[in-house]
Design a protein. Structure first.
Length: 508
């Protein structure tokens, strides 16, 4: 690559492009939680059985999680802008189908289609940022905005889902995606100018696509099924065994083929590996908390869906502040591990406050500060994590590196929901067994047991966040942008500031 190409002026439309990329990311993240609020109403209207209702969530999770690596590779092959626009249009059409669903088959099919197009859209969005923002300070601002949306969008979905379900009907939780997608697709088509020479035109690794897709689908389904059927269920165990065999085989294949779907250099660089692992753990803790607090506020405190959504506002404010004010301002001044490690620890302190939940817990004294600290910590940590996802990566691998971030989040979400739910259910059962003989009000006992289960699971979430902090501090050794410290593609000794020129998308 020539010096001229390396030092080309940045795209003058990059900030406009960020607005449309952020809008698309918000739509995808909103969808992860907005449907949860609408699910009870949709289940009643469409006659979906209790046994099948999980497929409204599972169909999306399987398609999205299973196809993310494929989507990232398609973005590198087709071009990120084209993949991004196709993903948006497809997501809008799938959302229209879901909103118009007349039976459970239409609903499940639309959710699977949303997952397919989401798997194209999400890695294309993040990799577009990676190749468009090359200046360290601008990159920090761009990823600060993106990180705030990635972290806080789920909580926004709870508010919007509550409004739409309570004041319109559940179908609008699908239809609301359509204007988001149309505006983002039109804006992207006219504004985004993808840098030339950034595509990876190597032939598609078909064995890698099949093995990774089946392996990730088996893994996500295993955790999803464990939540309802238990960890010892024969099909659950079979899914985990199949996932292990398929994913190990995938790694072996990728190490031997000429043009792998996931070049192992993307995973083995310690900074990116540290990001994928620590971020996945943090998502485990956060997704479980969303579920528990939603139930606690609605079932124990009697909040309406809209009031429940607004109760999550401190977390959203904290995430936006942590990402755009703390993370963005400090990213160019301190090494990323000194943002991610302390960020996860602050989130753990917030989570620790929430272990105090009982039937009479004060929202103002306990829940509000807990969520605010959780949001501040997560926002501060998410921002450098999103940027480091493409740390030291060549433009041709940006799509698949971005897909790995989304994969760690998706798998983390599935694990978090299943694992923490199981812990909560076991603690609830144990509480009932210990207190049943002395209980005078069975209904009160059930509420006390449920809250005790939530608190037990949140203790585990605290430990998981501490582990995420330890991994971030131990593995991520890159220095702040513009310094010569830290490990890039060439190792810890020589990944200096010249790397910013030679490979324009470096974030260290």
């Amino acid at each position: 690559m020539s010096k001229t190409a390396d030092t080309a002026l940045p795209d003058p439309s990059r900030w406009k492009a960020l607005a449309f990329i952020a809008l698309a990311q918000l739509m995808v993240v909103l969808d992860a939680t907005i449907v949860n609020i609408a699910l009870p109403s949709a289940q009643t209207d469409l006659g979906i059985s209790d046994g099948n209702k999980q497929w409204v969530i599972t169909a999306y999770a399987l398609a999205f999680g299973g196809l993310l690596l494929f989507g990232g590779r398609i973005a590198d092959l087709w071009g990120r802008k084209r993949t991004f626009v196709v993903g948006l249009i497809g997501f809008a059409l799938a959302s229209a189908l879901g909103g118009a669903a007349q039976n459970e088959a239409m609903m499940f099919g639309s959710r699977a289609l949303q997952g397919v197009f989401g798997a194209l859209l999400a890695p294309a969005a993040l990799s577009l940022l990676a190749v468009m923002f090359t200046d360290a300070k601008e990159r920090a601002k761009a990823f600060g905005i993106y990180g705030a949306i990635a972290g806080g969008g789920g909580a926004v979905g709870l508010i919007l889902g509550g409004f739409l379900t309570e004041y319109l009907n559940w179908r609008w939780t699908f239809f609301v995606n359509i204007p988001f997608a149309i505006v983002a697709a039109a804006g992207a088509y006219f504004v985004i100018r993808e840098p030339s020479g950034a595509r990876n035109r190597a032939p598609l690794d078909i064995p890698g696509v099949v093995l990774s897709t089946l392996g990730l689908v088996a893994l996500v389904y295993g955790f999803t099924r464990a939540e309802s059927a238990g960890w010892s269920d024969a099909l659950t165990v079979s899914m985990f065994i199949a996932a292990a065999v398929l994913l190990v085989t995938f790694v072996v294949v990728e190490s031997r083929v000429k043009s792998p779907l996931l070049p192992l250099r993307v995973l083995t660089e310690r900074n990116r590996g540290g990001v994928y692992l620590s971020l996945g753990l943090a998502i485990i803790a956060m997704f479980g908390l969303f579920l528990f607090l939603t139930y606690y506020l609605q079932v124990v405190k009697g909040y309406s869906p809209v009031r429940t959504g607004f109760a999550f506002m401190p977390m959203i404010v904290g995430m936006i502040t942590g990402s755009t004010q703390i993370g963005t301002r400090l990213m160019t001044r301190v090494p990323p591990r000194l943002l991610m490690g302390p960020g996860f620890l602050v989130a753990a302190v917030g989570m620790l406050l929430l272990t105090q939940l009982d039937l009479n817990t004060s929202y103002t004294a306990v829940i509000l500060p807990g969520m605010l600290l959780l949001g501040l910590g997560m926002g501060t940590a998410f921002m450098p994590a999103m940027s480091l996802a493409t740390h030291g990566i060549e433009p041709r691998d940006a799509g698949v590196a971005s897909a790995m971030v989304n994969t760690s989040q998706q798998v983390g979400g599935a694990i978090g929901t299943a694992l923490l739910n199981t812990i909560a259910a076991s603690a609830t059962t144990a509480y009932v067994a210990d207190h049943a003989a002395r209980a005078t009000d069975p209904e009160l006992l059930q509420l006390q047991a449920m809250v005790s289960g939530f608190a037990a699971a949140i203790w585990w979430a605290v430990g998981i966040l501490v582990a995420a902090a330890a991994i971030a501090i131990a593995l991520i050794n890159t220095g702040r942008p513009g310094t010569g410290s830290g490990g890039g593609e060439r190792g810890a000794s020589d990944a200096g500031a010249d790397e910013e020129v030679r490979i324009p998308v470096v974030a260290h």
